[in-house]
Design a protein around this ligand. Structure first.
Ligand SMILES: [Zn+2]
Length: 350
């Protein structure tokens, strides 16, 4: 008898495991989330209408947050506009600006970089945000994509080092976003729902090329501090990220939106964070328009993951990213404090 085909996203097994559960975990000290978004990058051009700054901060404070960075590709007037929207947070939401990387082929790019970065610094931006558009979205602007270590981007790395502004950079995306969307792809469900997220196209830099370019930029600019988001762009390969951290003391990483990867290799992830406890920072990829309920669940799940030994529970982005469960890391208090706040305070001079 022929069996009916079952589609991957029809399968929602309910666990029969009887285990201790701490779904409402809270942090033992105030937390700094250095990777979140309250502006146009994820919320769109009319982001001001999407949330109430004061109300949002109330819920975040209730969830143990002391400060939260808003990483956006804005500068000059658009940075000022973002600051106005976040004013009601009384310093809790910290806007982090950027420069126009698509000016890279113009002769006055270097002037633009220095002028904008000095302005951002004067206005209190503790870092500079850079994004995957640098290597993946230049096609429309330049007719081709520039390599991350292209000489045209050079002023950027130089200036950030000179002005003492750490760079928070998102390079590439998970490796399987660069592979065919088929049932061998571990993000098959996610990429089937969002084929526009795939970078499996001719003419684009591969994942491996991105990792080579990322390493080159970090190696060539030892005086510039790099905080590479999403566990150094390679949460799937912690031995490799460890090697980079060994070789490049100017490299830091955050854990934003990679609890799916970390939580399915809990022994390796725990050892990684313990070893690199001075170099890993707490970031989440929180979005300012989350409802209060979603916000509470979102942070509880993060605290549960880092603090408890709970096994086999949903990560914070179960609708996309990994279609599997995660296990907690049960980090010790000292490590937790560095992860949750001390490293960010030191690196960003808060
Ligand atoms: Zn992000």
């Amino acid at each position: 008898m022929a069996m009916r085909r079952v589609y991957a996203d029809e399968f929602h097994p309910r666990s029969e495991l009887a285990l201790p559960r701490h779904p409402e975990a809270m942090p033992p000290f105030p937390v700094i989330d250095m990777h979140a978004h309250f502006g146009p990058l994820l919320l769109g051009e009319r982001y001001e209408e999407e949330y109430d700054t004061r109300r949002c901060c109330e819920v975040l404070r209730e969830m143990g947050l002391e400060r939260i960075f808003c990483l956006e590709l804005v500068w000059d007037g658009e940075y000022d506009r973002l600051c106005r929207k976040l004013e009601a947070s009384d310093g809790m939401i910290v806007p982090v600006g950027s420069v126009d990387v698509f000016k890279a082929l113009e002769p006055d790019f270097e002037d633009h970089v220095y002028r904008v970065l000095r302005d951002l610094k004067a206005k209190g931006s503790p870092a500079v945000k850079l994004w995957k558009n640098m290597t993946l979205m230049g096609q429309e602007r330049f007719g081709r994509n520039l390599a991350l270590d292209d000489p045209h981007f050079e002023p950027l790395w130089q200036a950030c080092g000179e002005l003492g502004l750490p760079i928070i950079i998102h390079v590439a995306d998970p490796p399987c976003f660069f592979k065919p969307i088929d049932t061998d792809n571990e993000h098959y469900v996610c990429l089937s729902r969002h084929p526009e997220w795939s970078f499996y196209r001719p003419g684009l830099f591969s994942f491996e090329e991105h990792m080579r370019m990322q390493e080159a930029v970090i190696r060539n600019h030892p005086k510039t501090t790099f905080v590479v988001a999403h566990v150094g762009s390679y949460a799937e390969n912690l031995p490799q990220v460890s090697k980079w951290l060994e070789q490049y003391p100017n490299l830091y990483v955050d854990v934003a939106a990679r609890l799916d990867q970390l939580g399915r290799q809990p022994y390796t992830a725990r050892a990684f964070i313990e070893r690199w406890q001075d170099r890993v920072m707490f970031g989440t990829d929180y979005e300012g328009w989350f409802t209060p309920e979603r916000t509470r669940e979102f942070y509880h799940t993060h605290y549960r993951f880092f603090q408890t030994w709970d096994e086999y529970f949903d990560h914070p982005f179960p609708d996309f990213l990994g279609q599997w469960k995660i296990c907690g890391l049960g980090l010790e208090r000292g490590v937790l404090k560095k992860l949750y706040r001390d490293n960010a305070i030191r690196v960003f001079g808060l």
